[in-house]
Design a protein around this ligand. Structure first.
Ligand code: CAA
Length: 295
């Protein structure tokens, strides 16, 4: 079965896998921009939480005059939650935003390859894992038409202006072009990366966050001073430790491990303090405590 990729003007329905922060944000963007959305999670409670997060986010945007109540009401009508992959039968593109685990993502891609229609684009919101390796578990009778691609949104997706697109070794031009056009329809600016660990953003961001942990670990400065130094000294919206808590310390650790393993340079080795926080369940804002205490 040759998979001829959906063209942008044919993309009307999207499947999003994973109803965490990223999946919910991507589903919101798609619904607001006129797509029919199926948001899938195996946990119904995550879907309930995601629906609330989306409704809150839409109201925040409405309160600033960026969205009308009519647009919000239409968007919410287009948003469907499901626990079954069968509901992706009409999806023109699927974006997965599940946990940052290569094994879990590969298992999902095997299933998506079987259950989606042959023209569907299969995209991953992975922050660092190889698109080429994810694509390798799908059927690809014609490398020319390979429809697997990285579509990496930044957190929070409704606010951040960037989408990083990653072409696997064999991703087709048609797939790239349709994915880029979709990101632009969402109002995002696109940058394109080759498929090497961490791509552009995390390859540069994570060493900074890791260095902030080493700065704390070796007692150079307090967490507050490290963050204030970088926030005020380099005009960033959040200091690196605060940002790590926002992203999730477990996510930062896993990205650093991918960078370290994939690029083979000791400069990416995760700081022991970061690893210890994760071992202790201090995962950042989502667990109530990370570098800072949010309880
Ligand atoms: N939905 C709608 N609006 C939202 C929102 C959401 N989910 N989150 C924030 N906002 C809006 C707020 O309404 C507010 O709008 P106004 O300024 O117009 O009033 C604005 O965004 C700022 O929000 P807050 O006042 O609540 O908080 P803030 O000023 O601290 O901003 C932030 C929050 C936008 C997250 C900002 O701190 C920021 O940009 N931080 C850096 C985020 C960043 O770097 N993200 C990328 C991380 S790397 C990544 O994602 C890649 C990876 O793979 C790990």
């Amino acid at each position: 079965m040759i998979r001829n990729p959906a063209k942008m003007d044919e993309i009307t329905t999207i499947g999003v896998v994973g109803a965490g922060q990223m999946g919910a944000g991507i589903a919101q963007l798609a619904a607001v921009n006129g797509l029919n959305v199926w948001l899938l999670d195996s946990d119904p409670n995550s879907l309930t939480r995601a629906t609330k997060t989306i409704a809150n986010s839409l109201q925040r945007l409405a309160s600033k005059g960026q969205l009308s109540q009519a647009v919000i009401s239409d968007a919410l009508k287009r948003l469907h939650c499901t626990t079954s992959l069968k509901d992706f039968h009409s999806a023109d593109i699927v974006i997965e935003a599940i946990a940052e685990s290569e094994v879990a993502k590969k298992n999902l891609f095997v299933e998506l390859d079987k259950t989606t229609k042959s023209s569907a684009i299969l995209a991953s919101n992975t922050s660092s894992i190889s698109i080429t390796r994810l694509a390798s578990v799908t059927s690809r009778p014609s490398q020319k038409h390979l429809q697997v691609i990285g579509m990496h949104f930044m957190n929070p997706p409704p606010i951040m202006k960037l989408v990083e697109i990653i072409r696997g070794a064999d991703t087709s031009d048609e797939t790239f072009s349709a994915t880029k056009t979709l990101a632009e329809r969402f109002g995002k600016t696109v940058v394109c990366s080759k498929d090497y660990s961490g791509f552009i953003v995390n390859r540069i961001l994570m060493p900074m966050i890791n260095e902030a942990f080493f700065t704390l670990y070796t007692g150079v400065a307090t967490k507050e001073d490290i963050d204030a130094g970088m926030k005020l000294g380099t005009n960033q919206p959040m200091g690196p430790l605060e940002l790590a808590d926002f992203i999730g310390l477990d996510v930062c650790l896993s990205i650093l491990k991918v960078l370290h393993g994939g690029l083979g340079d000791v400069k990416y080795a995760p700081c022991p303090l970061l690893a210890q926080y994760v071992d202790a369940g201090r995962l950042g804002r989502k667990s109530g405590v990370g570098v800072y205490d949010y309880r």
